[in-house]
Design a protein. Sequence first.
Lengths: 354, 177
Amino acid sequence: MTEKILMKGNEAIAEAGIRVGCRYFFGYPITPQNELPAYMSRRLPEVQGTFLQAESEVAAINMVYGAAGAGGRVMTSSSSPGISLKQEGISYLAGSELPCVIVNITRGGPGLGGIQPAQSDYFQATRGGGHGDYYTPVLAPQSVQEAVDLTMDAFDIADKYRNPVLVLGDGMIGQMMEPVEFKKEITPDQLPEKKWATNGAAGRKPNIINSLRLQPEKLEELNLKLQEKYMAMKKAEVRYETDNIEDAEYILVAFGTTARIVKSAADMAREVGMKVGIIRPITLFPFPEDVIAKASEKARFILTVEMSLGQMVEDVRLSAKGRCPVYFQGRTGGVVPKPGEILDNLKRLAGGGK
Amino acid sequence: MKQEVIIAGFGGQGVMLLGQLLANAGMYEGENVSWMPSYGPEMRGGTANCHVIVSSEPVASPYIVEPDTAIVMSLPSMEKFAPQVKKGGLLLINSTLIEKDPGRSDLDILKVPANKIANELGNTRIANMVALGAFVGRTGTVKMETIIEAMEKTLPKRHQDFIPLNTEALKRGAELA
């Protein structure tokens, strides 16, 4: 049993990567995730790893491409505007089937926006983000401990599918401190060999890593292969958590830190006799469609709460397929919704309001 | 047990450290804890605050709307947070720097001349420890020994020399509670 220590989310995510064999980090500074690269710059040299502050986000993500191609466990992190800059590289990583972990400690947008917590990168995260027909698994932690556990899992999922994986937090997850323990300790030499890596072709045929396919049939073939992976992810990787949904008349859906605020609101609602349940998607892609579909058969309504003006709510509506009303409530621009606001809205909607 | 505390002051008064020691001590005593800072384009002398929750139940929202306690080290902090404190809650005021009445008759108000005591002990920077001592003395949220343990385990080596002085400041604070 390891002792719990109090850590900032950003630092805990960095340490989690190191504990599962991540030895390469390339990044460029941006608030509110700066503690993550700062921690890596201190820790990676201690474990014979490489930290490099690139000249830009575009350079950083292409360094990730290089390290991933050579077979290393590699990570980069940024916040919303920086993640936008990395999208070209993420598309190339997906097209070349290279595993890596990308952390987005989301801030308010669009544009330079602000530096306070937001969830308005949901569309970008869950729809691939860059050009082309691709997806990345998206893991959304609600606590610092979960950020640690999901970061560790993100490396395994990335290697399993040879695909980039996104850890989607927000400024709150990055900045807050909570007790954490690190349940794994894996060094790079304990990881399975990556036979496809371009790490020296002595004694074997050269491996090629490339996303260029000029023949339409060949490119279609690649795309079909990628689709098979996404279908496999939808079968095997869906994660969610439910709370009191069995007898619930009203279902709240929220992810990340917003789910904790929703939990406070749900506790208050149950105290005044409202039967409220919560569904918290942990993977945003693949999305937990089935549990929402099932809940929509019995619920009087679903209320989706986000720190945006309505993005995940579209996936909730696609899952509910019109079987019950799906309402939306959100704050944006870095404003964090308050439990009381959510309770008031729940009461209003339960009373027949729209 | 659930104690939601907002600690606020000028940047440089050590309100973040105060909150971290409290959260660490809560964790060492087996409670659930969270520490959330305000962050932004701030500077020394600007305002800073953190939200700390120590609870026997898992912490839901780490963001505090109605604190059980506000520890306010400066006048702008009191003006911002005194109105938010839960009815019957505790408002701990650094009375060296705050002369103004908080305008709340429904709270337990504890006036602690934190900077004055810190100066008597020879270092104005330990005013935060005087306030923490008074908070722990009044509420018993954690034990004083655990705060000292938290200092020993979490303060960087270069600041370990401060522990005896900090401990003295904690005690002086507790005496006022």
